[in-house]
Design a protein around this ligand. Structure first.
Ligand SMILES: Cc1cc2nc3c(=O)[nH]c(=O)nc-3n(C[C@H](O)[C@H](O)[C@H](O)COP(=O)(O)OP(=O)(O)OC[C@H]3O[C@@H](n4cnc5c(N)ncnc54)[C@H](O)[C@@H]3O)c2cc1C
Length: 637
């Protein structure tokens, strides 16, 4: 299979403009003749559905929550990047582009990343026009703070609720179109299969989560904005409902899955506290603007933080990376936290935590300033741990947070299945092997508000769409696939809960394909996952029936897909014999313990084709070339 990224050439700052000019247009009067199915109502899906409807397309939008405004995007805390340079501190579109390519450890397409950086400017204007209440400074300008991997302040924020405020903006735009009859909203509806007819994505099969009814929706194009798959690890900072089902089932219908092993560990999360915990909580990266990360210098030091004098503390990030200090990118901060804990210098009962300390910032700025900046995060920390972070440092540890991998898409955000578009965290584009903080919201909104609404018209205008009846063989095949999976899950009538399988899978993936990986461990994981999957299908106990609200059944279907995806992740990690970004293969590190890339052999996006039941997947490679930011060993010293 030849992968055509459709990545334009020529001067990088002109590529998107030129490309757009050459895309075919659908004239305004014809737009109403097309129906686009948008699965997902988070920042990516919600912004896309609203914009496509605003343009005049008929849109059907789907989400599994009871309301589009409950999409996981609402959880985003810290902020959204844009190269506005309001602080006059040297920022520019080019610098954001440079930081993002470097931050992703040179495993993303330059053309995409430049476009993302350029569009970041429009996103802020769009959101301000919608009334998103970004923080402002004394002059009335929008305020900015810094996130990891940057030496400028380019992160726009609304306290620690940026995702919520942005989502309310997108949601209101979407509601306007629902009210106008241009968007048909289907909440509580889960996509369980993709309908591909004559090689084109033409529909989806859904299950109504309240009644269990299986239905098919036909359209001229399908857009997946279904989020990331971090919950494959069971414990993650993602909302519990986040899953891989939509993209995994599209993968099984032929969509390539790119870089599945590129997962992000976030350095600042509340540490795991017990075996029965089902969720981890993020403490936003924005806290590293003012919080200082440290551990005791001495191994096994059991004194409380306040008993440890200044000269017996190791501010290890500031010591090792004086230029970026506490604001090194996430992969670097996480790896270093793991190293000091492995070294026996971790804090707290388990020794698997480091301090994030605001003492100096409170002394310098006053408690009221810290409260204004991070009040809700401090409250959240206190409610979960019972400790007051204004008085004693937070204890934090890395946790799974985001997935850079996802369905492969070209520059138009179209997968290799014509008519199937993938946006937001669900696709693999833009972040390479490590996403910089505050760049996911930027990408989701760039895709939904600005890129897809331009590129989808080219596809619609260039193709003919026959009317499809729901009696079509491909529709019947997809529906019967969904019915069979449901029946099989309900009929297993085993002894183990869905969650117990999920937890066991999560432990395997975290242990062998988590923050650090090696060939031996990955082979071990590959030997453990298939028997666990077999056992799942034999012994899972799914309560209730198929024709009712049944969360046990919903979860079972999602875990079944995680059990397949996990294997592909380990295979991908094993195949990539280098370290890059969040993919840290222990065999490949520099003498200083940093990720050692192998550009000669691995400068590509790995795009996996589903091989069929029981068959190995097939690897396709999209070579990556760098004309502007030349690959070098990343340095944040
Ligand atoms: C705690 C936390 C804090 C974060 N903070 C930040 C931050 O400050 N800045 C930043 O840039 N990024 C942040 N991120 C990352 C960012 O929030 C996400 O990457 C982003 O919101 C994903 O948006 P999305 O629209 O792609 O997906 P989501 O918001 O996850 O939306 C997915 C949508 O798809 C629907 N869906 C999924 N599967 C199906 C299906 N099978 N059928 C029907 N519907 C389906 C869901 O119902 C939902 O509507 C944070 C992430 C976490 C976990």
């Amino acid at each position: 299979m030849q992968l055509d990224s459709k990545s334009p050439t020529g001067p990088i700052e002109k590529r998107w403009e030129d490309h757009r000019f050459h895309l075919k247009l659908v004239n305004p009067a014809n737009k109403r003749k097309y129906t686009v199915l948008v699965v997902g109502s988070g920042l990516a899906g919600g912004s896309a559905a609203a914009t496509l409807a605003e343009l005049g397309y008929n849109v059907k939008c789907f989400c599994f929550q009871d309301s589009p405004r409950r999409a996981h995007s609402i959880a985003a805390q810290g902020g959204i990047n844009a190269a506005k340079n309001y602080h006059n501190d040297g920022d520019s579109v080019y610098r954001l582009f440079y930081d993002t390519v470097k931050g992703g450890d040179f495993r993303a397409r330059e053309s995409n990343v430049y476009r993302l950086a350029a569009i970041s400017l429009n996103i802020i204007d769009q959101c301000v026009a919608q009334g998103v209440p970004f923080a402002r400074e004394y002059s009335g300008y929008l305020d900015n703070r810094s996130f990891g991997g940057a030496q400028v302040s380019r992160t726009f924020y609304a306290r620690g609720q940026t995702g919520q405020q942005l989502l309310l903006g997108a949601y209101q735009a979407l509601e306007r179109q629902i009210g106008a009859g241009q968007v048909e909203m289907h909440p509580r509806t889960e996509m369980l299969d993709l309908v591909v007819i004559d090689g084109k994505a033409r529909g989806i099969v859904t299950r109504n989560l309240l009644t269990g009814k299986i239905e098919t929706h036909i359209g001229d194009a399908v857009v997946l904005g279904t989020g990331g798959y971090g919950n494959v690890f069971y414990l993650s900072t993602n909302a519990k409902g986040c899953n891989t089902t939509a993209i995994w089932r599209a993968h099984k219908r032929g969509a390539l899955f790119a870089n599945p092993c590129f997962t992000q560990i976030h350095p600042t999360c509340i540490p795991v506290s017990g075996e029965y915990q089902s969720k981890l909580t993020l403490m936003s990266e924005s806290l590293r603007n003012d919080g200082r990360v440290w551990v005791p210098l001495k191994k096994g030091d059991k004194r409380t933080a306040s008993q440890i004098p200044e000269n017996e503390r190791d501010y290890f990030l500031e010591r090792k990376y004086p230029s970026f200090g506490n604001l090194v990118p996430r992969d670097v901060a996480s790896r270093n936290a793991k190293q000091v804990c492995d070294d026996g210098r971790g804090v707290g009962e388990t020794g698997l935590a480091v301090y994030l300390d605001f003492r100096d910032a409170i002394q310098r700025l006053g408690k009221h300033v810290i409260k204004e900046r991070y009040g809700n995060l401090f409250d959240m920390y206190q409610r979960i741990t019972g400790e007051d972070p204004y008085q004693e440092p937070m204890r934090i540890y890395p946790a799974i947070h985001y997935t850079m991998g996802g369905l492969w898409v070209d520059y138009n955000l179209m997968s290799n299945i014509p008519g199937l578009y993938v946006i937001g965290e669900a696709n693999f584009s833009d972040h390479g092997a490590n996403r910089l903080g505050a760049s996911a919201l930027m990408q989701g909104l760039a895709d939904g508000y600005f890129v897809l609404p331009n590129t989808i018209g080219d596809y619609l205008a260039s193709n003919k769409f026959d009317k499809i009846e729901t009696s079509h063989a491909a529709v019947r095949d997809a529906e019967s696939n969904v019915t069979q999976i449901t029946r099989k899950l309900l009929e297993a009538k085993g002894t183990r809960s869905v969650d117990s399988f999920h937890r066991e899978l999560g432990k395997i993936v975290w242990e062998y394909c988590g923050m650090a990986r090696n060939a031996e461990g990955l082979k071990k994981a590959l030997s453990l996952i298939p028997p666990l999957r077999d056992q799942f299908w034999r012994d899972v106990k799914v309560l209730g029936g198929g024709e009712e609200l049944n969360q046990s059944l919903e979860r079972a279907g999602r875990v079944a897909d995680f059990l397949e995806l996990a294997e592909l992740m380990c295979l991908d990690a094993l195949e990539r014999n280098e370290s890059c970004g969040g993919h840290f293969r222990e065999e490949y590190q520099t003498p200083e313990g940093e990720a050692a890339r192998d550009d000669e052999h691995y400068s590509y996006a790995a795009a996996w084709e589903y091989g069929g039941p029981g068959q190995p997947p097939v690897l396709h490679k999209e070579p990556l070339t760098f004309e502007y930011v030349h690959p070098a060993q990343r340095s944040y010293k």
